[in-house]
Design a binder for this molecule. Structure first.
Ligand code: ADP
Length: 223
């Protein structure tokens, strides 16, 4: 895994809206490094989700370059971008229900995620369930898991197959404090395995524990 798992340079995103152009990002430089949790912090509307979507290859910058796993996203066809996303990018949304399939058990989620990743993951599913305190939940469906367990399962599915980059958008937003702390511990355990994690968040528990904090205001990185 490259040390700088993802980076964007001079990245701008302008949305067209009925009331005129919206400058969601104005020339940002960000690095997401393997083995670290990078918190992306800023008030609502500052551009955090836009930045995550661009790093995930789900949206294209209006200007600037984005590299993931050593590959420039702009140079890829739609198909090539999809292949890179499958292999190298994991994503965790804020709402547990958006991350999980109601009729699959925890173990089945990880099997499906591994299949989609397209690599041999060996005993990684069992190890991840153990590492995230979910081994006793392997046979359970999302409705039988707490919100915190659901988000840890989503994190396990995002991380399986060792993608270069895992992105999470407000992953603790719907969790109580104890569950948020457990998820944060999980993020750091995974970083310890060499995963690069970028987490858009307002949550002080995530921010205080992060290895790096990127503060965004009004589409610009201020520190
Ligand atoms: P955050 O995640 O920090 O709340 P966003 O990245 O969602 O910020 O939004 C940044 C700015 O871009 C906001 O002003 C938002 O209203 C605007 N924006 C986001 N998505 C769109 C869109 N699809 N069309 C128009 N404006 C958008």
């Amino acid at each position: 895994m490259p040390e700088r798992a993802a980076s964007c340079r001079d990245t701008t995103r302008v949305y067209r809206s009925a009331s005129g152009p919206v400058h969601a990002l104005r020339g940002v430089d960000v690095d997401v490094v393997a083995g670290q949790v990078t918190a992306i912090v800023g008030p609502s509307g500052s551009g955090k989700s836009t930045l995550l979507r661009i790093l995930a290859g789900l949206d294209r910058p209006t200007e600037g370059t984005v590299h993931v796993a050593g590959t420039a996203l702009a140079g890829l066809s739609r198909r090539g971008r999809r292949a890179l996303r499958r292999r190298h990018i994991g994503f965790v949304f804020a709402r547990p229900a958006d991350n999980l399939v109601p009729y699959l058990t925890a173990a089945e989620h990880l099997r499906l995620a591994a299949e989609l990743r397209g690599v041999d993951v060996g005993d990684e599913p069992a190890r991840l369930l153990r590492a995230l305190g979910l081994d006793h939940r392997a046979g359970h469906r999302p409705v039988e898991l707490s919100g915190g367990e659901q988000q840890r399962l989503a994190l396990a599915a995002a991380v399986i197959g060792r993608p270069a980059l895992v992105l999470a958008d407000e992953p603790t937003a719907e969790l109580d404090r104890a569950s948020a702390a457990a998820l944060v511990a999980g993020l750091h355990d995974l970083a310890g395995l060499g995963v690069a994690l970028a987490v858009a968040t307002h949550d002080p528990v995530v921010v205080e524990s992060a290895d790096r904090v990127v503060l965004i205001h009004d589409g610009e990185v201020v520190s």
